[in-house]
Design a protein around this ligand. Structure first.
Ligand code: GLV
Ligand code: MN
Ligand code: MN
Ligand code: MN
Length: 398
């Protein structure tokens, strides 16, 4: 029976990013494929029956696949330079929970599966939760196929190179019917559990959030030969937008982040011709109004510099309230565990629109996530796997 730490240790090093620190594991790259293979081996070693769906999500069935299953799992991809726990902890805890249940002689009396969702972070193609969005039809399949990675490769092409059929991507009613309830375990991504004295929490809600791309276009030119007064430099309005995003977020009690800003062509002695600014905006109900204000400012900042601004929505998700009855079942089973909201997005948030869904969080003593410092103590990870096993035993045993 594998402890969570041993399972995580087995994939430590896969996708280690020497340049950024942490891990970079993006859909269909070498690291992510290695993790997929590792997962399939682990699932098969436990006698689970593995299949990959039309949207490249992996399903491992304990017993016969069937409708109304109890499903648990998470994702194996990461943000660029991410931590070791965001995603993999939910997958290895699911495997560990299967071991724990098996060791006590449990056999599910309804269909039961462990799932690995593809491209949860959107680290390669830009749209988060791509596997679960496709499965549920939350993203149009044509749009998804046309999403491009930073090298210009389309998601559809990447799917084909991986061995999947891009024309079959999209809402999959048969696969959705198989999910009766979904429970995702995840490392906590904030400081919620640090002071609460317990290793595990149940999630209440996910903050409304989305991603927008603002493209500033100007005139590429020579850094030495072009007078300041003669420039249409898109980096100027882009920089003003970065500062404005923080001001707007503070004013609206929301969150706004520019974690990615790409000047084209990107030379030290070149005034860029375009600058792409990716805005991640989150709030309790004010997200679109915040982006509306920022879009107006982007146009104003661009015009003042003789540039143009074009804003496009990459993804959006309303506030998610997890199923109250399922959440109460979990807290009833686990005793007096805290119930916490989260500002992070998850596949569970996408599935919550289709099926009763819940999440468990495992304490993160650093309070840091999407960075190499993300952490969970081995004992807390095991407590998370035990809590998950208890929940699955209850849901799949009755
Ligand atoms: C994903 O983890 C997100 O919340 O951006
Ligand atoms: Mn994440
Ligand atoms: Mn995650
Ligand atoms: Mn996430």
């Amino acid at each position: 029976m594998a402890r969570v730490g041993e399972l995580l240790g087995a994939i430590d090093g896969v996708g280690a990013d020497r340049r950024r620190g942490g891990f970079s594991r993006h859909v269909f790259d070498d690291a992510e494929r290695q993790l997929r293979e590792w997962f399939v081996e682990q699932a098969q070693a436990r006698g689970l029956q593995v299949e990959t769906d039309r949207n490249t999500n992996i399903w491992a069935w304990w017993g016969e696949p069937g409708d109304g299953a109890v499903v648990t799992g998470s994702h194996l991809d990461s943000v660029p330079g991410g931590g070791a726990f965001d995603g993999p902890l939910g997958v290895v805890s699911a495997l560990s929970a299967v071991d724990l249940l098996r060791a006590k002689g449990f056999r599910p009396s309804r269909p039961f599966a462990v799932v690995v969702f593809a491209e949860e972070e959107g680290g390669r193609f830009g749209v988060p939760c791509l596997g679960s969005r496709l499965l549920t039809g939350t993203i149009d399949a044509d749009r998804a196929r046309g999403l491009r990675d930073p090298d210009g490769v389309e998601f559809g092409e990447a799917m084909r190179a991986f061995g999947a059929a891009p024309e079959r991507a999209g809402r999959d009613d048969a696969a959705l019917r198989r999910i009766g309830r979904f429970v995702e375990l995840h490392v906590e991504q904030g400081r919620g559990l640090i002071d609460l004295g317990g290793p595990v929490a149940v999630a209440s809600s996910i903050l409304e959030h989305g991603r927008w791309r603002v493209r500033f276009s100007g005139q590429g030119n020579h850094a030495g030969a072009t007078l300041i007064s003669d420039r249409s430099d898109p980096m100027i309005p882009a920089s003003r937008l970065v500062l404005a995003a923080r001001d707007v977020a503070q004013r609206c009690d929301g969150r706004a982040t520019v974690g990615r800003l790409v000047p084209n062509p990107g030379g030290t002695n070149v005034i860029p011709s375009t600058v792409d600014v990716w805005l991640d905006v989150r709030s309790s109900g004010a997200t679109r109004p915040m982006v509306h204000d920022l879009s107006g400012m982007a146009e104003e900042f661009a015009a003042a510099e003789g540039c143009r601004a074009e804003v496009s929505e990459e993804s959006y998700g309303d506030t998610v309230h997890f199923d109250a009855a399922l959440r109460d079942e979990l807290t009833g089973l686990l005793g007096d565990v805290p119930v916490l909201p989260t500002g992070a997005g998850h596949d569970a948030g996408i599935l919550a629109a289709e099926v009763p869904t819940a999440m468990l969080f495992v304490r993160n003593p650093t309070g840091i996530s999407h960075a190499p410092e993300e952490y969970a103590e081995p004992d807390d990870c095991d407590a998370g796997a035990h809590a998950l096993a208890r929940v699955l035993e209850h849901l799949a045993g009755s």
